[in-house]
Design a protein around this ligand. Structure first.
Ligand code: NAD
Length: 476
């Protein structure tokens, strides 16, 4: 049984109710979390408010030291955290391990950033000095999805703490055990009570209560566009600032002059990583006509070699998170059949995969019409939709033809085209001849259009987690 973690203590929900946690690899319950409610959020916000006076007086260098201690502690517990995340989310070992090291790296990065967040002095009227202070919002609320709990906690909570805020975190009901453990580790390395609080439960209950709570001074939401809209509406009623990190339908644009040996593994990885349950999944493949057939042939071979199975087998893909997510992918694929969209190739679910697990073979579809929902909506599963383009203008037009704007991958050797196209692509990130290599902890990340607004990751995140105060002094 897992408990909320408020003011450095494990606490049951006042509801007295729990939610069963299922292992996506076999669909069986293996633990329980608290089904929290508004009263629990109130307790967490109260603890955080008390902690804010302590945390904000610590000094930036001391905050940085604590963040660094947590980073080291996470590294020391990487195996344990990997195992927790693997079972909770159904991640292959290499993915869960990468997520644990990314979490440590976020705290390392933000540890070093704490005492480098400066204000400015501004030339003004004679006899005046004007300066700006970057001040923390206070108590920040963080609503986290299930696809990368540790990574999203690291980038969001790491940045908020570095900027001097204290945090109330609502992880996803499907996967949250690693975050409860990280909060305990933070207490062990000396984080004052109330600086990191974790309250578990359903989104429409405890997530909604968090977004509405008048003691929350900023909301960082990572999740679906639908819920992002609800959060922003609720927050608008009390003018609470919001950062929204939402979904994507990111294009991989391959020109005839691209280095295909470099592009193919990156294209495959961008859609099968985490079984396609990645906001930045490269889920649309736009290929110049002259190389469309040969590229699909090579990709088809790569897809046929992909294997899906239980998380601990550490294959190319693990299961999807839950049955409803599996059903969602099936619905998209049966829509493809109805629309006569042809399948190029599919990977295989291995025999060892229990029938009760939530498996889906990776699938490559071709000639997907740009207006079809497979080319427009987020599947959030391992389904890659290919279509061809004539020239640069056509490629940019297709790439921009969805409601989303998170990432675009651009594969071309032509330097002029790299810059021209990158300028015209409506997305928060453009990766040229790579696709998200290296994790990008240092790189600002976020979307435009329905992919959200505001930036997390990198130093840029610290601006969003602070508010600017201008101080004008007349000194004669
Ligand atoms: P979701 O929106 O259903 O849930 C996200 C979180 O919001 C969960 O913690 C959930 O409990 C909570 N929630 C649900 N309803 C709520 C409500 N009414 N009020 C407050 N909170 C509520 O999304 P999901 O299915 O967990 O995650 C998948 C989505 O997240 C995809 O669209 C994906 O692209 C997106 N995502 C985006 C990024 C990014 O950085 N842009 C990163 C990861 C995931």
């Amino acid at each position: 049984m897992q408990f909320n973690y408020i003011a450095n203590t494990s606490q049951p929900s006042s509801s007295g109710q729990t939610i069963a946690m299922l292992d996506p690899s076999d669909g069986q319950p293996y633990d329980e979390i608290q089904r929290s409610n508004a009263a629990d959020i109130d307790a967490a916000v109260g603890a955080a408010r008390q902690a804010f006076s302590v945390w904000s007086k610590l000094g930036a260098a001391e905050r940085g030291r604590l963040l660094m201690r947590l980073s080291l502690k996470i590294n020391a517990h990487a195996q344990e955290l990997t195992a927790i995340e693997q079972r909770d989310c159904g991640k292959p070992t290499k993915q869960a391990r990468a997520d644990a090291s990314a979490l440590a790296r976020y705290f390392e990065f933000y540890a070093g950033a704490c005492d480098k967040l400066h204000g400015e002095t501004i030339p003004y009227l004679d006899g005046y000095s004007v300066l700006t202070w970057r001040e923390p919002h206070g108590v920040t609320g963080h609503i986290v999805p299930w696809n990368y709990p540790m990574q999203i906690f690291g980038r969001s909570v790491g940045g908020a703490l570095a900027a001097g805020n204290v945090c109330v975190v609502k992880p996803a009901e499907d996967a949250c055990l690693s975050l409860i453990r990280v909060a305990q580790l933070a207490a062990e390395v000396g984080f004052p009570p109330g600086v990191i609080n974790i309250v578990t439960g359903y989104g429409h209950e405890v997530g909604d209560a968090l977004a509405r709570h008048p003691g929350i001074d900023h909301i960082s939401f990572t999740g679906s566009p639908t819920v992002g809209t609800l959060i922003q509406q609720v927050a608008a009623q009390r003018h609470c600032p919001v950062t929204l990190e939402l979904g994507g339908k990111s294009p991989q644009i391959v020109f005839a002059d691209a280095d295909l040996d470099a592009a193919i593994p990156a294209i495959v990885n961008a859609i099968v990583q985490n079984s396609g349950q990645t906001c930045s999944a490269g889920s649309r493949l736009l290929v110049q006509q002259s190389i469309y057939e040969p590229l699909l042939k090579r990709l088809g071979q790569a897809f046929e070699n992909l294997r899906v199975g239980p998380a601990t087998l550490d294959l190319d893909l693990g299961p999807l998170i839950r049955q409803s997510q599996q059903q969602r992918v099936w619905d998209f694929l049966s829509d493809a059949q109805v629309a006569n969209i042809a399948m190029v190739a599919q990977g295989k679910v291995v025999d060892e995969a229990p029938e009760t697990g939530f498996y889906q073979a990776p699938t490559l579809l071709r000639d997907v019409p740009v207006t079809h929902r497979l080319a427009q909506d987020e599947v959030f599963g391992p389904v890659l939709c290919a279509m061809s383009f004539r020239d640069e203008d056509h490629a940019v037009e297709l790439a921009n033809a969805t409601q989303f704007g998170l990432v675009a991958g651009l594969w071309t050797a032509d330097g002029g085209r790299q810059f021209r196209a990158a300028r015209r692509l409506r997305s928060g990130q453009v990766f040229i001849n790579n696709y998200g290599a290296g994790g990008g902890v240092e790189l600002p990340f976020g979307g435009v259009k329905s992919s959200g607004h505001g930036r997390e990751k990198g130093f840029e995140a610290l601006y969003g987690f602070t508010t600017l105060k201008t101080v004008a002094i007349r000194h004669g």
